[in-house]
Design a protein around this ligand. Structure first.
Ligand code: GDP
Length: 459
């Protein structure tokens, strides 16, 4: 951002009637939310690489500047710190999203066409709201009792890391004994360790979401419960856990939907689809279910308390984006797009987003690689070259994606082939800052197309 943009912003101040777009950014932990927001904002301020955003390419956006957000009690998204991490002399990836945060970027826009010329310039505020996708998964809890939820997660747990330890911890407890806080804490800690281990292994569907990202709620009774095996009796422990589970729903889940979710206009849902494909069929299956659950939160036709809360308000555009596409040579991007499109189509079939435009894309918010070709056993492999975290530069071939998404997404065909079984596991690239030119934001892949879909029509 130039100094003139900044003073322009100060001089214009905040007009009360200026249009506001509230853009929600979500996705499970490590999906790429922090990097996405940082790069999007930097690229909206320095628009040299935003050619597919029409208002940037045709010069309609005259200036862009940050200003204080309207919500005084929501933490500010730490844009400057994250950008410094990504673009400093020793670039590194910033710490990801742990809780909700917000940032206001204001854009001075000259509306197009004859009428636009008459109307003069206008300020549009883009309020970006960053929140963990895990919080949307908690929507499932709202429709379930403690016993139903317990049964569901006890079944889901089988075969996942940390599950045997949790079952062992349960075994040591006399479930019919008097309630003890020490027991509650031990079970909650063991269950949380299992959730974290499952996340680490690539599983997405890990409720309650705040157990993984507790923020300031850590240690509170509403986060100190765990699932219990089915039983006919109502023991003191079960009664207290059920009470805490209900408190979790009414004191944590519901207020988030009421105070934040209900005010969003446009939404991007990010997913590390490549990571899940690499982790294997079970992780991909799990991501696919989690994405369908996350997207179902946007089903305007859903019944019950959420419908009441939302009233007539609708999210009218939803972008579903696979991140980190810079791990692949562009010759594979089309295949990745087909896979995300298939995932979105499936979620859309289940939850009818009537009235909302949806789109699926493969993007890299911050491109850390360039393209290359590796010669191996007389074969030429489409590769990407980047700097690894230890400073070495190298070219890698991540392996292939299937041409037909059904090879990944049809249960009967899953696991018949290995996908992304090349160097993908070791492709831990550092962000590449050295490519930045004056007037350009950080390098990306299709971030401008994502922005055009999300906000282009309102500029
Ligand atoms: P969050 O937890 O959703 O906020 O995820 P982050 O934005 O912190 O991203 C998680 C990690 O994914 C980062 O630390 C990077 O290692 C990686 N990452 C995110 N976006 C990109 C990208 O565009 N390109 C590459 N190569 N890696 C990315």
């Amino acid at each position: 951002m130039g100094l003139s943009d900044f003073t322009d912003g100060l001089m214009r101040g905040i007009g009360m009637g200026d249009p506001v777009i509230r853009l929600g950014v979500t996705g499970l932990s490590r999906a790429g939310k922090t990097v996405f927001i940082t790069s999007l904002v930097a690229n909206l301020m320095d628009r040299g690489r935003m050619t597919a955003l029409r208002a940037a390419a045709d010069g309609s956006i005259k200036a862009a500047w940050l200003q204080p957000q309207p919500d005084d009690t929501v933490p500010r998204f730490e844009f400057e710190r994250h950008l410094a991490a990504l673009t400093g002399p020793q670039p590194y990836w910033p710490e990801g999203t742990r809780h909700i945060s917000q940032l206001r970027l204001s854009l001075r826009v000259q509306p197009r066409g004859m009428l636009g010329g008459l109307r003069g310039q206008q300020t549009v505020h883009l309020d970006i709201v960053d929140y963990p996708g895990e919080w949307l998964l908690d929507l499932r809890l709202m429709e379930r009792s403690f016993d139903d939820w317990s049964q569901e997660v006890m079944t889901r747990m089988t075969g996942r890391p940390g599950a045997p330890d949790y079952l062992a911890a349960l075994n040591e407890v006399d479930l019919s004994a008097k309630f003890s806080e020490a027991t509650a804490q031990r079970l909650a800690a063991s269950y949380t360790a299992h959730l974290n281990a499952a996340r680490e292994a690539g599983f997405s569907d890990c409720t309650p979401g705040r157990f993984i990202l507790p923020g300031e709620m850590a240690g509170s009774p509403a986060l100190t419960f765990a699932p219990l095996p089915p039983s006919d009796g109502k023991s003191p422990l079960r009664r207290e856990f059920a009470r805490r589970y209900d408190a979790y729903k009414s004191r944590i889940v519901k207020p988030f939907f009421r105070d934040h979710f209900a005010r969003i206009d446009r939404q991007v849902v990010l997913a590390d689809v490549l990571g899940a494909i690499h982790a294997g069929p079970q992780a991909l299956e799990d991501l696919r279910r989690a994405m369908a659950d996350i997207l179902s939160a946007f089903n305007p036709g859903r019944a019950g308390w959420l419908a009441q809360l939302l009233g007539l308000r609708r999210v009218d555009r939803i972008l579903f984006a696979a991140t980190k596409a810079d791990h692949l040579h562009h010759s594979q991007h089309q295949r990745l797009t087909h896979i995300v499109t298939a995932l979105l189509r499936e979620a859309r079939d289940r939850a009818d987003f009537a009235g909302a435009r949806t789109e699926a894309m493969a993007i890299a918010a911050l491109r850390a690689t360039t393209e290359d070709v590796i010669k191996q056993d007389g074969e030429e492999l489409p590769a990407v070259r980047g700097t690894l975290m230890d400073g070495r530069r190298a070219a890698f071939y991540p392996g292939e994606l299937p041409e037909d998404p059904a090879a990944l997404l049809t249960p009967a065909r899953q696991g018949q082939s290995e996908w992304l079984d090349g160097d993908y596991a070791v492709m831990n690239f550092r962000p590449a800052a050295d490519t930045a030119r004056p007037g350009d934001g950080p390098p990306h892949i299709r971030l401008d197309r994502a922005a055009e879909f999300l906000i282009g029509d309102r500029l």
